[in-house]
Design a protein around this ligand. Structure first.
Ligand code: PBG
Ligand code: ZN
Length: 429
């Protein structure tokens, strides 16, 4: 703004020409902009009659307008609004670490993290998951030992996933309802051991069904009969999919079974319509009015779940999950709608998943719902960070911390992450 530099000195810092008046709280918030040929961008508060910009050799009238003040050194006008370019120096607040810490708008604590864990039936199992370095499938006995150690290190919450031997899988995923399955056994063992841990469980069927979808398939019987008559079992407009209403009633049973075994929070992850309301009703009827529902309200059909499907041995055997999980090509409005539906049905916590590629969605959802919003930093995000760090391409700890702060900044109340134990270590260091 060289054009104004020789003009600025005429209006002293402390001198406000009378035509600019004094700023006062009762003045309207709208502003007047200088429309002179100099385009100086000066503004004064409206409500001052006949504002004149003195930057122009021939004083130019100010007009109502909108926009951001371009700050330079017309001190009289700018002082009214409290701004000049020379006074504005954002770096002042970054000068030292005390100032930066003082002004940090969010922070991370060990209580902000939930660790997802994979449990499978058996004894003495500690089976590494290759695409998720540092993560394992555990049998309940080994997991109990680990959990008690992790709890002593500061772990507060876990999210349990069951891994099921192929022989236990069927079309309906019946093993999910076995009160002696690995998830239920672990819940009972942790409660019996008196560990001070919040126990969350994933409610779904993909780990339990032979076809790997998140519930029993719709029209399986009808399609079979049609096939027997020589008809087509499925066509392009009606691809096979999960039977929504059969699944939600089963999810409600699964929620009750998990609650009986000791789950504090149940987390339906199948993106079935009306799952939350159906589960809430069943829990209340079974007198589990105190158990919370964390809904995977906003779950995209994402390729970032790849490593998880190896970990949980749960990939769909045909097709994909696009007829129930969300399409990432749509706007965040759909996410807001999904979350609001779940809140209306009684969700205590909503969740957005995956995390980092969906920060815009997290931000919109957390600002739109009156309940806490969780975020799930999924297996693919973990695998990317781990592999880049192992290759020496990124520095692991600062990159992970940066991602975690991004979640907080976008409005996450807490973070479900495979990095939970590392975060606890780093935060306690
Ligand atoms: C199961 C489920 C999945 C994840 C959480 N619950 C996988 C999927 O939907 O295929 C993904 C978690 C991760 O990638 O870490 N419904
Ligand atoms: Zn599933």
């Amino acid at each position: 703004m060289a054009v104004s530099s020789n003009l600025s000195s005429s209006a002293g810092v402390n001198h406000i020409p009378p035509q600019f008046g004094q700023a006062d709280a009762s003045m309207p918030r709208s502003v007047l902009f200088c429309r002179s040929t100099l385009q100086c961008g000066h503004f004064i508060l409206a409500g001052i009659p006949r504002g004149i910009c003195h930057c122009n050799p021939r004083p130019a009238p100010m007009q109502a307008g909108t926009g951001t003040a371009v700050a330079h050194s017309c001190k009289a006008a700018c002082m009214i609004a409290g701004m000049t370019n020379r006074l504005i120096r954002p770096r002042r607040l970054r000068r030292n670490s005390i100032l930066r810490d003082l002004l940090a708008d969010h922070s991370l604590g060990t209580c902000d993290f939930v660790l997802p864990v994979f449990v499978r039936a058996g004894e003495g199992i500690r089976h590494p998951i290759l695409s998720m370095p540092g993560q394992y499938q555990y049998s309940p006995d080994v997991l109990l030992e680990e959990l008690s150690e992790w709890a002593s290190m500061g772990l507060r919450s876990v999210l349990l996933f069951g891994v099921v031997d192929p022989g236990e899988k069927d079309e309906e995923g019946s093993h999910a309802h076995d009160p002696d399955n690995a998830v239920c056994s672990t819940l009972r063992m942790v409660k019996r051991a008196g560990l001070e841990l919040l126990l969350m469980t994933d409610l779904c069927y993909c780990e339990y069904t032979s076809h790997g979808h998140c519930g029993p398939l719709a029209g399986a019987e009808k399609a079979g009969r049609r096939r027997a008559r020589g008809g087509k079992s499925a066509d392009a407009a009606n691809p096979p999919t999960v039977d929504n209403d059969a699944t939600i009633h089963r999810l409600a049973q699964q929620a009750v079974i998990h609650s009986q075994a000791g789950a504090d929070v149940v987390a339906p992850s199948g993106m079935m319509d009306h799952a939350v309301g159906t589960i809430r009703e069943a829990l209340d009827e079974a007198n589990f009015t105190d158990r919370a529902i964390m809904s995977y309200s906003v779950k995209y059909a994402s390729s970032y779940y790849g490593p998880f499907r190896e970990a949980a041995e749960s990939p769909p055997q045909f097709g994909d999950r696009k007829s129930y999980q969300m399409d990432f090509r749509r706007t965040a409005a759909e996410a807001v709608r999904e979350a609001n539906i779940d809140v209306a049905e009684g969700a205590d916590i909503v969740m957005v998943k995956p995390g980092m590629p969906y920060l815009d969605v997290l931000s919109r959802v957390s600002a739109s719902v009156p309940v806490p919003t969780a975020v799930y930093q999924v297996s693919g995000e973990y695998a990317m960070l781990k592999s880049a760090a192992a290759a020496g391409w990124i520095e692991e700890k600062p990159c992970v911390l940066e991602a975690m702060h991004a979640f907080k900044r976008a409005g996450a109340s807490f973070i479900i992450s495979y990095y939970t134990m590392e975060m606890i270590e780093w935060l306690n260091a």
